[in-house]
Design a protein around this ligand. Sequence first.
Ligand code: ATP
Ligand code: MG
Ligand code: MG
Ligand code: MG
Length: 558
Amino acid sequence: MRLSKSFIPTLKENPSEAVIPSHILMIRAGLVRQLSAGIYSWLPLGYKVLRKIMDIIREEMNNIGGQEFHFPGLNPKEIWEQTGRVEAFGDILFHVKNRDYVLAPTHEEIVAFHAKGEIVSYKDLPQIWYQIQTKFRNEPRPRSGVIRGRQFIMKDAYTLDKDEAGLDVGYALHDKAYRAIFDRCGLKYFVVGASSGAMGGSKSEEFMVKSDAGEDTVAYCEKCGYAANVEVAQSVSQAVERQNESKDVFEIHTPNVKSIDDLCTFLNINENQTAKSRVYINDDKPILVLMLGNDEVNETKLANVLSGNVRPAHPDELKEISGADAGSIGPIGFKYRIIADKLLKDGNNLYSGANKNDYHIGGIDLMRDVPNIEYFDLRTVESGEKCIRCGSQLDVFKAIELGHIFKLGTKYSEALGVMYLDENGKEKPVVMGSYGIGVERILACYIEQNYDEKGIIWKDPLSPFDIHLIALNMKNSLVKETSEKLYRDLQKEGFEVLFDDRIEGSAGIKFNDADLLGMPVQIIVGEKNLKENKVEIKNRRTGNKKVVELDKLIDSFQ
Ligand code: ATP
Ligand code: MG
Ligand code: MG
Ligand code: MG
């Protein structure tokens, strides 16, 4: 590509709106431009890299048997209401004003919609469905460039399986594909145990990049390898930091709470509010846990208090307890109340797994003056967490989430009725998994890990071009002829070449632009070296330069 004919608007100065290195450099190198807060246009050079990333993702997803779809971004709100996620996403969800539509922030509902009725028998399973598509989220603080867009491209994949064993296989395949994708993109990353957030589900892990620009905090133990998002490891880091106020899990002792209705009265909430109850098994004994915060965070805290023997109940166990066919999580007043009611009536303990400060529902501070609550102090409880066990100091640092893999279970298939017939002709809910990668984040994280004071430092395979060919003075006929010939020959050899053939522009401007844009190899064609039939080659990363004879040029960088 000829620079004289390209739209690559470079900037000398740092843009005032950008703070983190990748954001600054993506604007300065003409990869993106902002349209509005959290909304970016991709310019040709940036989009070229983004396409390379999408090709790598596509190859690795196809390698594990993924089938590529393209689902719409505009979704009927009704489907999202059926899974309770209009509420769960809250302000993050964009609503379309003149119709009852939402702009999809993810696609579990739509996958379940299409699976319903078309996945009929166990013979139709397993399936791996994926897409590379635009997502919409009304992020409250979009300040890190494309790392937190209100519109962004996600590779999202979904597995459909007949049972948990199938899900384990699909989950492991995605773990493998994600490692291959991030390795090929040249990223340094690590994997942490994570919270499932608005997705729900039983297990999830995040692929993280250590970066001061990150908005997640990760706790990592070099000695035993324990790594967790602080959302999850909160109790661990609290214990490590010996904070006095870490009294987060508590048991509610109140003789008056015998049913969910009592509980709602007790907490001054109604059935439609967001409090969640979940049944856990603690040493074979069912307990009811009230969840008002994030499930897995509280699960970990609860596990700490109850000596680490807590796990979410399996739907089959719930059926044994209550006789009701239901899942394990849902808003109070949803069908799980049958189980919760039974547990409470049988005099089981009610635990609350939420921070005292989480108890704000509808603006009411629910817990402030509630009597009869006994607080456990996490500092005094021996934790079941691996870190703690090795006793080393945890390294706590900021990180960017690149990808996230979830075991969803049957939450969506139950809510939307995605059933199949098993080998015995019995109807069962399809077991789902969901797996996301932020495509723009790969690009931004690559830059966060590969830049210097002069600009970006690309390497194969993400580099937009292999070679930046600089003709120092296009008014000199020998320079012009030689660089034009080199441009043709290098492309014939299979290299992607960006040719700075601009007639205007000093050597200084051309060098600065080449360093800012960051192609791995620069070839500098100037009068002085040409007199000896030579050109200069510069390695962008090391800055090393060498002068080579023209006819040995190609060999010299192979
Ligand atoms: P975060 O914790 O950073 O808000 P998330 O946990 O909400 O991300 P997921 O719902 O797990 O994100 O979505 C899958 C992937 O999509 C994330 O791992 C991330 O790489 C990417 N992603 C999420 N939100 C954004 C965004 N606003 N802009 C760009 N990429 C995003
Ligand atoms: Mg988010
Ligand atoms: Mg997250
Ligand atoms: Mg996530």
